[in-house]
Design a protein around this ligand. Sequence first.
Ligand code: UD1
Length: 421
Amino acid sequence: MEKLIVKGGTRLKGTIPVSGCKNAVLPIAVAASILGDGVSVLHNVPNLTDVKTLQAVLEGLGATIKLKNSTLYIESINHLEYEAPYDLVRKMRASIYVLGPLVAKLGRAKVSFPGGCAIGPRPIDLHIRGLEGLGAEVNVEEGYIYAQAERLVGTEMNLIGQHGPSVGATANVMMAATLAQGTTVIHGAAREPHISDLAHFLNAMGADIEGIGTPTLTIRGVKQLRGTEHTVISDDIEAGTFIVAGAITRGDVYVEGITPEQIPAISEKLVEAGVELDWDANGVRVTTPHEIQPVDITTAPFPGFPTDMQAQIMGLLCLASGTSVITENVHTDRFIHAAELNRMGANIALDGSKAIIKGTRNLSGAPVMASDLRAGAVLVAAGMAATGETVVSRVYHIDRGYESIEKKLNDVGANITRVNE
Ligand code: UD1
């Protein structure tokens, strides 16, 4: 297994380019492979293990997929398989995205029920409720979800769950509804930028979706979708991570390829913490001339503060000049990184879904373990700000969602080496 050795005490300086958005590519590749007839060409696709895992799932269903440089060529085929097996689905929860499109296209699907993960139990009741709303019969047996419907039929539904809108359920049901008979209205739809990117892609394939970017999506079913060409939006969370990396090392970095509209809450909270963000048409210059100020943050669906940035900003707040409170309202168990940051000298106490972070002057390098993708990212960022050496193990979590993380950071002055245990 690989590890990252991070030598601390470096100040980042220079330009860090942002790659394409992982959470947009995943459902878009599913739509292209299952719903569209013919070839789709996707530009700005990041080279990530999550993309490779999804490729294996989609090739197992019959699609032909090639990634060359940052372009993904996808050819859907006429004789799709309807089963996504456990061995593939267990590697990545987002494989659940094939459920709705398979029922819409083939009239049936058999998809392994995804498991929990390090950030909590992550149920899929809203996905099932949405597909049942469209008239599918859904059963869970022997670890598999079986769904079938001769033809899905549009309806009006509310997809709000106990933690608010669901990104995954919105994407799954929206994709299925594009080929349903009649009109579907989804109230309580997720509004994340990658959901909008998926909707724009579906419209380019011939779908008819209105209300993109709002909590109410109206989807008029069409008979057929065809392959198309699309440039995937940039990754808001990767951009947010690099801004934190610049701030935590007191560096001077330009994060290239992101707009303020993609990260409203992240920008607001970082500015409140004393990080200076100087935006122009291509990106943002990040400097931190003064002490980091404590801030209170509550995670929420977009346009709220994203749970996927909670770990990274916690790392920054470990070095603030006072006490911050983070309330995790989306994945309420998502705090495993707090114990790892404490191993580096942070002072974080947990109280249910709250983390109380008492700022400290210094972090010091330590051996730590990435428990999930974003937890891994904060340990690398904290390692760059710490004195001494931090050894981050379970790097495979980081590689799921960050393209060449050590190369991008070393290019702006970090000192990170990848080693094989
Ligand atoms: C997606 C992101 C993930 C991010 C999350 C929240 C992808 C591939 N992953 O995950 O990185 O952390 O959005 O921004 O895009 N819920 C239910 N029932 C359901 C579905 C969800 O109760 O059927 C709950 C979840 O447990 C969670 C909340 O709703 O508390 C939001 O989850 P959801 O938006 O669905 O997350 P994912 O799509 O799994």
